[in-house]
Design a protein around this ligand. Structure first.
Ligand code: HAM
Length: 410
């Protein structure tokens, strides 16, 4: 049979076989965030288009590839493609900078990007991320990377590389942009057409190019490190020496500038070592000027986000099977009230039940109970009989109280 309807291109169902792993992963991420004293924030799925266009960048893939529409009152609306801009908006609107000078937030949410779907790249996907507001010190950068590394370790994701860089201040970025533009303009002959387009709009993005013909040009491009001042260089060295001390392995990646416009200072990315084209698990960096740009007080900030689908694919984490405590057989409608009362009591006492409303015969119910890994079969007709499926022990009980005693003494 074929459904009359199919899911929208680039979207996926997470089916029961996988939701258990998702839930475990979510629990781990909630727990680690809370251990580091990050608090959860949830923001709406829709925002104004301008929030992203003006703050993530006009020429970035993220804001170019949004799902957008004009609603009845002519408001320009977008499905959120990323979380940093919405979190900053909420941070300013909520006045957190007054109540909480060192404000640490985390999120898990669905995001939407109208990118060409391929393995590891979806149009609706989920991110886990953290944002730390209020500290410009390099210790904060170390802590943020430490959270990311702790999460990947707990999820049993091992074959990864942490790439780190420092892209300096916005002035450095402007200077670097000019330098790159000049360099790439001299090398357009063998350059891909995509990069040629970017030469005018966003030359820094050429460094992210995956096109083959661009690689040798990129390899010899000027590096931003040469433009950093002494204190930025010192910060970067401090970051690296703290990562060394934590035994967090990294690679210095002089061309890691990240795709979004708001970054300055530390940038980082964690990739899988497989040769997949979508191998970025996690990306982040400092964005010390975004809060002010969006109307808040000058507030340094840093964060990262990790793709949850990509983490699930890479995770070696093993989850146990779903199991049922009590399989309930009650095939005679005359005893349904007794059955439901016992079922309610079992639920209230934290047992997991499976009630066979299809009313198969007891022999088939037993087979089904074994298939579903149930521990007990409970038959409710004019009597109440409980059977331990493994040991085959079976007794008749007169009420719930006796049933509970039997279960507790097993
Ligand atoms: P981003 O690099 O655009 O950064 O996304 C972060 C992660 O989300 C990626 O490394 C990837 O794992 C996952 N991801 C992105 N697009 C897709 C997609 N189409 N399908 C599946 N997974 C995807 C940001 O979003 C920044 N807001 C991160 C940040 C937070 N920077 C500072 N704070």
């Amino acid at each position: 049979v074929k459904s009359k309807y199919q899911k929208i291109k680039g979207t996926f169902d997470i089916l029961p076989a996988d939701t258990r792993l998702w839930k475990e992963m979510e629990n781990i991420l909630h727990n680690i965030s809370e251990q580091f004293s990050y608090e959860e924030i949830r923001t709406p799925s829709i925002e104004s288009i301008d929030l992203f266009k003006q703050n993530v960048g006009y020429e970035t893939d993220v804001s170019k590839e949004m799902f957008t529409w004009e609603d009845h009152s002519h408001q320009q609306i977008a499905l959120k493609p990323e979380m940093t801009a919405p979190v900053v908006r909420a941070y300013i609107e909520g006045g957190f900078f007054r109540s909480n000078p060192l404000c640490r937030l985390y999120y898990m949410d669905s995001l939407f990007r109208r990118e060409k779907p391929q393995k590891g790249r979806q149009r609706q996907f989920n991110q886990f991320g953290i944002e730390a507001f209020g500290s410009s010190n390099i210790e904060q950068d170390v802590e943020v990377i430490m959270v990311a590394a702790t999460c990947l370790k707990a999820l049993n994701i091992n074959d990864t590389t942490l790439h780190v860089n420092n892209i300096g201040s916005p002035e450095t970025r402007t200077q670097y942009e000019a330098l790159l533009k000049k360099y790439f303009a001299q090398n357009t002959r063998s350059m891909s057409s995509l990069s040629k387009k970017r030469l005018d709009t966003n030359p820094i993005r050429i460094l992210d190019s995956k096109e083959k013909e661009d690689q040798s040009i990129i390899k010899n491009a000027p590096i931003v490190k040469e433009l950093l001042n002494d204190s930025e260089k010192e910060d970067f060295n401090m970051l690296l020496s703290n990562l060394d001390a934590l035994n967090i392995k990294y690679e210095e990646s002089p061309y890691l500038v990240r795709g979004l416009d708001y970054y300055n200072g530390t940038t980082f990315e964690i990739t899988t070592r497989s040769n997949k084209s979508q191998n970025a698990l996690c990306g982040g960096g400092r964005y010390d000027f975004l809060v002010e740009k969006m109307g808040g007080p000058s507030t340094p900030a840093i964060g990262f986000a990790a793709g949850m689908e990509r983490m699930i694919i890479e995770s070696q984490y093993q989850v146990g099977k779903n199991s049922i405590d009590i399989y309930i057989s009650s095939n005679d409608l005359n005893h349904s009230r007794k059955c439901f009362s016992i079922m309610q009591n079992l639920i209230d006492n934290n047992y997991t039940v499976f009630f066979d409303t299809n009313k198969k015969n007891v022999k088939n119910q037993m087979k089904d109970a074994i298939k579903r890994s149930a521990s007990y079969l409970l038959i409710i007709d004019k009597n109440i009989t409980v059977k331990n499926i493994k040991s085959n022990d079976e007794i008749a009980v007169s009420d719930f109280h006796e049933l509970l005693n039997f279960l507790k003494n097993q």
